[in-house]
Design a protein around this ligand. Structure first.
Ligand code: HEC
Ligand code: HEC
Length: 404
């Protein structure tokens, strides 16, 4: 019956005039439900927090329209070119959490409403004191943007995740998976975005209790870990993992309100390599301590001011031994840093040559409290390092006698 009458109206050409809703109907039927919905809007696909489509809607149509217009979000002369529609239409190259239909529905609703609203003289004349849009400054919005967060994941975790890859990367861990199951493969080779998504989905990254995230708790043995101790509280890799997890949770939870809440970005980027340093003949009294090694390349007649090669790890107890795959430490934003990010661990090379090797030994507590440099004991020596790749061809140095 309805179909029939529709058909009749269409053939008579009267459908648009008769069926077109006025703007208030559209607002109530299609816009208000977005405001009242518990679900995330399409913005959340690129903005972890800081902005949401709901920020642009007020319970009253008149105020919403007047505020959007005053805020430059509605173009009354070219309604389809309104900035708000541009915001909604933005979609990521690889769709993630949000179904395309959700975005399309938002877009259709706002387009229909804006089109209807701009031809309503009462709305055009309306004024309001209210404002719409995000309540946090642009820096905060920027900080919580997915692409920025992913970059931070790459800098802080992805570049060091090679430490875990042997057991957790799906291209290297067939044996581990056979023994322990598919959940072992949380590293997706060559794909930091998919890795981050997995960590989030399987709650290895716990945004409610970031401190308890298994990503931190397992490798530090705060909870039992099949791979044993892979980091100590306070070592460099841990600090990076920890900083990211905290920052990620704060972004997801919308905890940043002003620019001064945002964490400082470290000026360096650290990337694990497949070059190992082995320190032998470690005195017995250091058996239970943590060791930090830093290698400074030769510069002019002396040594560079900052280390190029770094590594932290527990001393292997009574074996008088310390060995670790070392990381390159380079300036953030430099060409080298960009290159490292796209290279697998095995392709990252440390230049061979003469280095000043500084060694700190400190307790785990001193590491955790970030007091290695103040409280640790320091030793140094020089070394002609090959930095060859692979566990089988380590650079070997006896523990230096000389205390600095
Ligand atoms: C596909 C990813 C993506 C989606 C989806 C997205 N944005 Fe953005 N947004 C960005 C990027 C990238 C920037 C910064 C660069 C730019 O402004 O072009 C940005 C910047 C912003 C800004 C900062 C100020 C400005 O004028 O640029 C606001 C506000 C904003 N978006 C609001 C929204 C709202 C509201 C939604 C949902 C309706 C949304 N965005 C959806 C990617 C996205
Ligand atoms: C020598 C192998 C090995 C290495 C290297 C290793 N792990 Fe593991 N990991 C395991 C095993 C085995 C399990 C499964 C048993 C368990 O849950 O403890 C596991 C489980 C995990 C889990 C729980 C996964 C899940 O979904 O249940 C996390 C998180 C984890 N490891 C983090 C790390 C991090 C971070 C690193 C690197 C810093 C690392 N692991 C390095 C062997 C390893």
């Amino acid at each position: 019956m309805r179909l029939m009458s529709c058909f009749l109206l269409v053939t008579l050409g009267v459908v648009p005039a008769l069926l077109a809703e006025d703007s208030l109907q559209v607002f109530e039927r299609r816009i208000l439900p977005i405001l009242n919905s518990k679900n995330a809007s399409s913005c959340s696909e690129c903005h972890l927090s800081g902005v949401d489509l709901k920020d642009y809607i007020r319970p009253s149509q008149t105020e919403t329209f007047a505020a959007l217009r005053a805020g430059g979000m509605i173009d009354v002369d070219h309604p389809d070119k309104s900035k708000l529609l541009e915001f909604i239409a933005r979609s990521p190259a690889q769709p993630g959490l949000i179904k395309p239909e959700v975005r399309q529905a938002e877009l259709d609703a706002f387009r229909a409403w804006i089109r209807a609203a701009v031809s309503d003289p009462k709305l055009l004349a309306a004024k309001t004191q209210l404002t719409v849009g995000p309540e946090v400054p642009d820096e905060v919005i920027r900080h919580a943007r997915q692409d920025r967060v992913l970059q931070s994941f790459v800098d802080n975790i992805w570049l060091e995740v090679g430490r875990c890859a042997g057991c957790h990367s799906s291209d290297q861990n067939a044996e581990q998976v056979k023994k322990h199951g598919e959940q072992m493969s949380w590293i997706k080779p060559g794909n930091p975005a998919a890795t981050l998504a997995h960590l989030r989905e399987y709650e290895l990254l716990d945004v409610k209790q970031p401190e308890k995230s298994l990503l931190l708790a397992k490798p530090t043995l705060q909870v039992k870990h099949g791979g044993g101790q892979k980091m100590v509280l306070g070592d460099r890799s841990y600090q990076q993992f920890h900083a990211f997890v905290q920052d990620y949770a704060a972004s997801v939870n919308g905890q940043y309100q002003s620019t001064k809440d945002l964490p400082q970005e470290s000026p360096i980027v650290v990337a694990v390599t497949d070059s190992w340093l082995k320190i032998t003949d470690i005195p017995h009294q250091f058996a239970s301590l943590i060791l930090r090694a830093e290698a400074y390349p030769a510069r002019g007649n002396g040594w560079a001011e900052t280390p190029l090669v770094i590594g932290d790890r527990a001393i292997a107890g009574d074996r008088h031994l310390w060995q670790q795959h070392m990381s390159l430490s380079v300036d953030r934003g430099s060409e080298v840093a960009r290159k490292l990010a796209s290279q697998p661990k095995n392709d990252r090379r440390i230049p061979s040559g003469k280095y000043l090797l500084k060694i700190w030994v400190a307790t785990e507590k001193e590491f955790a409290a970030n007091q290695v440099y103040e409280k640790g004991q320091v030793f140094e020596t020089t070394v002609n390092a090959q930095w060859a790749s692979g566990y089988g061809s380590m650079t070997v140095v006896p523990f230096p006698q000389k205390k600095r």
